[in-house]
Design a protein around this ligand. Sequence first.
Ligand SMILES: Nc1ncnc2c1ncn2[C@@H]1O[C@H](COP(=O)(O)OP(=O)(O)O)[C@@H](O)[C@H]1O
Ligand SMILES: N[C@@H](CC(=O)OP(=O)(O)O)C(=O)O
Length: 420
Amino acid sequence: MKIFKFGGASVNSVDRIRQLPAILRQYPGEKILVVVSAMGKTTNALEKVAEAFYEGHKEEALRLFQQVKDSHLTTAKYLLVQNYLALEAQLRDFFTEAEWLLHDKPVRDFDYYYDQVVCIGELLSTSIVSAYLAESGIGNQWIDVRDIFRTDANFRDAVIDWEVTGRKVKEEVLPLFGEDDLIVTQGFIGATSDNESTTLGREGSDYTAAVFANLVDAEGQTIWKDVVGVMNADPKQFPDAVILPELNYDEVIEMAYYGAQVIHPKTIKPLQNKGIPLYVKCFLDASLPGTVIHNKSVHGLPPIIVLKHDQVLVQLHSTDFSFVGETGMARLYDLLGQVRVKPNLIQSGAVSIQVCLDDRPARIERLALAAADLFEVQVERGLTLLTIRHYNADVLQRLTAHRQEVLRQQTWETVQVLMR
Ligand SMILES: Nc1ncnc2c1ncn2[C@@H]1O[C@H](COP(=O)(O)OP(=O)(O)O)[C@@H](O)[C@H]1O
Ligand SMILES: N[C@@H](CC(=O)OP(=O)(O)O)C(=O)O
């Protein structure tokens, strides 16, 4: 069995969805479970709906939600002929699920509402894709992954209950392959044991696909992208980026950890644990070989570049000149855990610690306030973090020229430079 994942970019327009049947027909007679993300930037649009609702702007939330509804109905109308009415009824059920909530007043945490609203994106996109494939003669079973993926109630970053999910996959998903060779379901979302919707962290559909792959012992997972494969840099930032035909799991987990946007960092572990290869293939030209990621070592890699903008440097200085030591570091990690931010770089000295983080304003503010009990705190925004794996002097010089260096960390394999 194979697991395919089509990301938001692969299903962001009528034209792109129309290419799906041709890709799937290249695998006749194979059992494939297809994980699909929300169309294009729908998740971002739904985030705005949830924010407006939570700030008490009900009319604005409903207006923004109407735009999401309209764009999905339009896409469905362009794609479907015979099955349009059945699909419209299914889409309207999901619209009602969200609107029922939007008409209420918020009484719980924002993260709870976020998940109830944002999960609709994947439910809509998969309904459209499934109906379109069926109408194109590709029989498939659509499932609501919230009936399968059991998670805890850590909304926006829910953790999967592997035991319950594994049992449901075996009992409720695999038997569906008796009906059709194809199953279509959502990435990124799950549900608690109380049937409350949850999400697994932004861009989490790659991870959903990897969990399925692990649980069914898939022969491989393929992520279909709008790029030729994994490249040594984001081709949008570096037009001369080159494809990396082969990589091992370690390299990719490091790249993802340092912020390469191409694969979600949590994706690799479920695959590595079962030795399942990950293929990254081009949705726009399926004949291209793409990238294969596996256990074997790969030599001679070029410098691999990750550039992250909107970085914040939080500088903590001990108030009474006492050493930062283990207590200060332990306190810092404790605070980072509490506000749920991952440090991209940490450097400590005798009486100070410097931490580089993604700019999530509310969380940074909470962190700075809490840290002010122990330290003098300074915050600098608008920085760029450059990471180069397998660097050489030339590439490092080229990418840091004309920039003011704030912080640098270097091993024989990786260099990170925080720059103004
Ligand atoms: N190292 C890299 N190799 C290839 N693409 C990359 C890399 N780093 C960032 N990207 C970006 O990832 C994009 C595809 O990811 P994304 O937009 O998240 O797709 P999807 O939503 O379909 O999963 C590409 O268009 C490319 O700009
Ligand atoms: N739709 C979700 C999940 C996801 O994985 O999307 P994509 O595959 O388009 O990165 C998000 O945007 O976060």
